[in-house]
Design a protein around this ligand. Structure first.
Ligand SMILES: *[C@@H]1O[C@H](CO)[C@@H](O)[C@H](O)[C@H]1NC(C)=O
Ligand SMILES: *[C@@H]1O[C@H](CO)[C@@H](O)[C@H](O)[C@H]1NC(C)=O
Length: 418
């Protein structure tokens, strides 16, 4: 009873406050430390990303963490006591989110073509894909792959000059927006679709490869990140105990690969909660069936994430797969062309085994797809630029245009070696 009253009060208060006010005064800090020190933060802080630390820092990993005004003193003292170096990188997240929203509101929108200085809603994206298929019936097929937990249609596109019927061709599968707050991943997926369908100079890659692209794996989380909480990451499912307080599952921990062996992913309130059982999420199952649909000829799978500028390959436990050297080589080829056109202020790409370059993970789509038989599988962490997940819309164009040539190099490798 008391809880209900409190919830009613809080819920009314928070909806009256509007969607960004919960981040009023929140700041972002980059903090470096030893592996264990950074990982220990995960239980109590929102870790926005982690990556290998610069040489001058105080350990081997650095993370971007968000601190509310109330917790700031306590945590900065905690870092000081452990000799963990930190710098402030953003002052008030609510202001940053409002500026992003104003920019999105200010762009003229059309369901028929997209521009690369704004973000689009899920229904706009679905309409665009249907429009593209209607306009290019010999090249583009939209598959209604199934419904999300909250009932949104998850679509993917198949791009093929032979309707996926020529089984001699290799297949490339890309997905994006597994994690809701990583908005720029969908921009990259849509740009790649545009390059393949509308830009004639890529005809070799279109003629000789079949492409399967899922621009929004997690529409419930995506829409929630627009309407309620810009930093939402997981799905919105509520099948597990404790879901009232902590809904959602991390799709990229929900795949059938060493599932259930990572304590950090067992807690429903963790941002990396793996779910009750493998493939518990409809979103996970849709990626699974998309990858399995042409498994014998799928040569490359890339899951687009944000941010950190990294190509990560299997396995999530630090052991290398049998083709580890090839994975590294192709990853370096892709990263090199991206680095050549990245902005000077961008971090150079890191290519490496996921656990060695970053930290151990379980249940990822990358490892599951590799184990299912796809030879080349990567988690691609796109660059952050400034506020990291909240890639300011002015950088979208830079990121989509620099990433495509990298993907194209991966596709060339597939074409030459299939
Ligand atoms: C953006 O548009 C929405 C819907 O019209 C409106 O509620 C919101 O206040 C606008 N946000 C900004 C920052 O202008
Ligand atoms: C890591 O996972 C791979 C793939 O499942 C497995 O072959 C390997 O033995 C594991 N390594 C360790 C150290 O457990």
């Amino acid at each position: 009873m008391t809880r209900l009253v409190i919830c009613v009060l809080l819920c009314v208060a928070s909806s009256a406050l509007g969607r960004h006010e919960k981040y009023e005064g929140h700041q972002l800090y980059r903090v470096s430390g030893l592996d264990e020190q950074i990982r220990a933060l995960e239980a109590s802080l929102d870790i926005l990303s982690a990556k290998p630390a610069a040489r001058s820092s105080s350990g081997n990993l650095e993370a971007v963490v968000r601190l509310s005004p109330e917790e700031k003193q306590q945590w900065l003292q905690y870092f000081d006591e452990r000799n963990m170096l930190y710098t402030k990188i953003a002052d008030n997240l609510a202001d940053i989110f409002r500026a992003e929203e104003a920019q999105i509101n200010a762009t003229k929108r059309s369901g028929k073509s997209f521009v690369w200085n704004t973000y689009y809603r899920h229904d706009e994206i679905n309409d665009y894909l249907d429009h593209l298929a209607a306009k290019n019936p010999d090249l583009v097929t939209v598959i209604n792959a199934g419904l999300s937990y909250e009932g949104r249609q998850i679509k993917y596109v198949r791009i093929s000059t032979t309707r996926f019927e020529n089984t001699m061709k290799p297949v490339i599968v890309l997905d994006a927006m597994t994690h809701a707050r990583e908005w720029v991943t969908t921009s990259v997926a849509l740009y790649i679709i545009d390059q393949l369908v509308n830009q004639g100079q890529n005809s070799v890659l279109v003629n000789e490869i079949d492409w399967l692209i899922i621009p929004v794996v997690n529409p419930d989380g995506y829409e929630y990140s627009f309407d309620e909480d810009r930093l939402w990451r997981k799905t919105r499912s509520k099948a597990h105990e404790g879901a009232d307080e902590c809904p959602g599952v991390d799709v990229n921990r929900n795949f059938d690969h060493h599932f259930g062996t990572n304590e950090h992913s067992a807690n429903p309130c963790s941002n990396t909660y793996e779910g009750l059982f493998v493939f518990s999420e409809p979103e996970t199952r849709i990626v699974q069936s998309a990858v399995l649909s042409n498994i014998d000829r799928t040569a490359l799978y890339i899951s687009l994430h944000s941010f950190s500028s990294m190509f990560l390959y299997s396995w999530g436990n630090g052991t290398l797969p049998s083709n580890g050297l090839i994975l590294h080589l192709v990853g370096v080829q892709m990263a090199t062309v991206i680095d050549e056109i990245a902005l000077d202020k961008a971090d150079r790409y890191i290519v490496g085994n996921a656990a060695n370059a970053l930290y151990p993970t379980t249940g990822t789509s990358r490892d599951w797809a590799r184990a299912a038989g796809v030879p080349l599988t990567y988690t691609l962490l796109l660059p952050g630029y400034e506020y990291q997940f909240e890639v300011p819309p002015k950088y979208i164009e830079q990121i989509v245009t620099e990433t495509w040539p990298g993907i194209a190099v991966g596709a060339q490798y597939v074409r030459n070696n299939w």
